[in-house]
Design a protein around this ligand. Structure first.
Ligand SMILES: [Zn+2]
Length: 218
């Protein structure tokens, strides 16, 4: 407890500052949260959702796990998606990966990582599926490209998600986005797979994949 006193002090100072800048800030948040965005990102401490897009508390609903994965059997992630879409009525779902992702690295090296190996299994499968062209790239290019591939794979999974499919069929205009964050310069890049009700996720996946391949071989 003693070791964490600095954090609690920092919290008190932050809350006081927020109150000073905007006396109604906390009372507004108590009344209701109305985020426009659902952020699905990596747990990596260097990729904090609110900070890197400069959003305040209340602006973004966040789900993070190792390597920003959307597993079809992950009740946690699925419940977050359902709540965000059906109750919070978010307008955008941002699937954000990042270069230098330890989870992606764990999927392609030969080391043992305990339970993480099970969690990132789908990335191993992605790597296997694209191995025929990935392995022709210089070794240092493979992990960042796999980080990008992992993002569009997850957006593709989101596009098939029943909650999202149903929302689209009922006229909800929620959009899916594929972003990747560079921890070297703090910048986000849009991987171009932006998917809404009238789009074909499969077609957008193919286009995004072609773009990734083209940049990889440049
Ligand atoms: Zn990561």
């Amino acid at each position: 407890m003693k070791d964490l006193s600095k954090l609690l002090e920092a919290n008190r100072a932050w809350a006081a500052e927020m109150q000073k800048e905007d006396p109604q800030f906390f009372s507004r948040l108590v009344a209701q949260q109305r985020p426009e965005y659902l952020w699905i990102g990596c747990s990596d401490s260097r990729v904090p959702a609110n900070q890197i897009v400069n959003l305040m508390p209340g602006d973004v609903f966040v789900h993070r796990n190792i390597a920003n994965l959307v597993h079809t059997n992950d009740i946690n992630c699925l419940a977050v998606i359902q709540f965000a879409v059906e109750v919070l009525n978010v307008k955008h779902i941002i699937l954000c990966g990042h270069y230098g992702c330890g989870g992606v690295q764990a999927a392609i090296d030969d080391n043992s990582h305990g339970l993480v190996d099970y969690w990132v299994w789908s990335i191993k499968l992605t790597y296997k599926r694209h191995k025929h062209w990935l392995d022709k790239l210089p070794a240092e290019k493979r992990p960042p490209i796999l980080c990008e591939l992992n993002v569009i794979e997850q957006v593709s999974t989101l596009g098939c998600n029943r909650v999202i499919q149903q929302a689209w069929s009922q006229g909800n205009a929620v959009q899916l986005h594929s972003w990747i964050y560079d921890i070297h310069d703090g910048l986000l890049r849009d991987l171009g797979m932006c998917c809404g009700a009238s789009d074909d996720p499969e077609l957008l996946y193919k286009q995004a994949l072609a773009d990734i391949k083209e940049r990889a071989s440049a």
